[in-house]
Design a protein around this ligand. Structure first.
Ligand SMILES: [Zn+2]
Length: 424
């Protein structure tokens, strides 16, 4: 498709990604631009300037989301919204989120320059702080837009004891104003986010586009294994209540659960720590942290019962007690069938091959789905790498995504999304 792309588009996408990548923390690995950091603060001025240059009216809402508005024929009609985020994880890459902001600005520019007037406003959004941060909370801007950011969230503290509310204040935002974010009071027509896949499927299938069917649900737990501290030299193997062995069995149980998922399912243990610091004491207290993800609601719903039962039974064989602290990070969120259909028709009309694809990562779209029919367009990630410096997507693929986005936004503008349609 490369030859079809306008050289101005290619140049603007290239320069956008390269210039944004210049705003990075020089002391960290990769292209680090974490929420509330100095490089993030500076990069937001770049984003606002790029929006203005594309002909958009730029404002910042009380939640810190940067919004570029392309006025439609009926500004009071429910708006169309597109966008993503420009913050990165520590040691992250140049494309996650960024493609969806730079690409959306380019899409708005193309609409404006082609003289296309949508019937409603198009809002291009750079959502504040999408990545999980030192406060353990992701999607700050879209969460606030959806009125899902709570006073308890603002009390969360980082490792230095600084609260999230204080971080907002230090960044020049009023935490008390977060409850006044207007989004939820006005109906929105649809939300469509362009994003890199962050996995290998599109590249493996040599497809330039994925249309997201659902965004993964996440169940997490911290398990505490309590055994008995004994002399590691004198206690026979058969007489031990070794918390580490019970945890080791649990790590494998978590892996088996992920391997047994019927469709898209993954399970990961990220941390196992023992209270014992001496090499000659049988571990008596071990904590482990794991998560399970899937877009299959019924399978994910059964995970808690299955894993708890299996881990308890195995630990019981070793005389070890287990305490579970389960939490649901995200429920499974399905993309709107209507939005999926509109994007699929646009891709078909343009001759862009695509596949339906689940998202194993969470996105701002999860929260925007509470405000409007939601959809996502995925672009190929080289070797599936993401959240690392090697993250890469070809500019021609990004330009193809922008073309699909432009046509999908035009079709969404006039689509009746209340009509129930079949999932592709
Ligand atoms: Zn992202």
């Amino acid at each position: 498709m490369t030859s079809d792309h306008d050289t101005g588009t290619i140049e603007r996408l290239d320069s956008g990604i390269t210039e944004l990548a210049g705003y990075r923390d020089p002391d960290r690995n990769g292209w680090t631009r974490e929420v509330f950091s100095a490089p993030y603060r500076e990069s937001r001025q770049w984003t606002a300037a790029r929006m203005r240059d594309a002909g958009l009216d730029v404002s910042t809402d009380p939640a810190g989301n940067i919004i570029g508005r392309l006025e439609g024929a009926s500004p009071n009609a429910p708006a169309l919204v597109t966008g993503s985020h420009t913050d990165t994880v520590d040691g992250g890459g140049r494309f996650d989120g960024i493609v969806g902001v730079v690409g959306a600005i380019e899409a708005a520019r193309q609409l404006r320059e082609s003289g296309t007037r949508l019937s409603r406003d198009l809002l291009v959004v750079d959502f504040l702080g999408e990545e999980s941060n030192v406060f353990g909370l992701s999607c700050l801007g879209s969460r606030a837009a959806a009125r899902e950011l709570t006073p308890a969230d603002l009390d969360r503290k980082d490792y230095r004891g600084v609260s999230l509310g204080q971080a907002y204040t230090d960044f020049g935002l009023d935490p008390d104003a977060l409850t006044q974010v207007q989004w939820a009071r006005k109906p929105l027509h649809a939300f469509l986010e362009l994003h890199i896949e962050q996995g290998p499927t599109l590249e493996q299938r040599q497809l330039p586009l994925g249309i997201v069917t659902a965004i993964t649900g996440i169940e997490r737990f911290i398990a505490t294994f309590s055994g008995s501290a004994d002399h590691a030299g004198t206690t026979a193997m058969t007489d031990r209540q070794d918390a580490m062995i019970a945890a080791a069995e649990a790590v494998l149980a978590v892996r088996r659960e992920g391997c047994g998922a019927p469709t898209h399912g993954v399970a990961t243990t990220t941390r196992v720590e023992s209270e014992s610091r001496s090499p000659n004491v049988v571990p008596s207290l071990v904590r482990m942290m794991s998560e399970v993800r899937s877009v299959d609601t019924s399978w994910l719903g059964g995970v808690k019962g299955r894993l708890t039962g299996e881990i308890l039974a195995k630990a019981g064989e070793y005389g070890v007690d287990v305490n579970f602290d389960w939490s649901t990070d995200n429920e499974v969120v399905h993309a709107s069938p209507g939005v999926q259909d509109v994007v699929a028709s646009a891709a078909d009309t343009l001759g862009i091959p695509w596949m339906p694809i689940p998202s194993g990562a969470t996105h701002d779209a999860v929260h925007m789905a509470t405000l409007a029919p939601m959809g996502m367009i995925f672009l190929p990630s080289r070797a599936g790498k993401s959240h690392c410096p090697e993250e890469w997507s070809d500019t021609s693929d990004i330009a193809t995504g922008v073309t699909a986005l432009v046509h999908a936004l035009q079709a969404l503008d006039t689509a009746d999304l209340t009509r129930v349609t079949a999932t592709p």
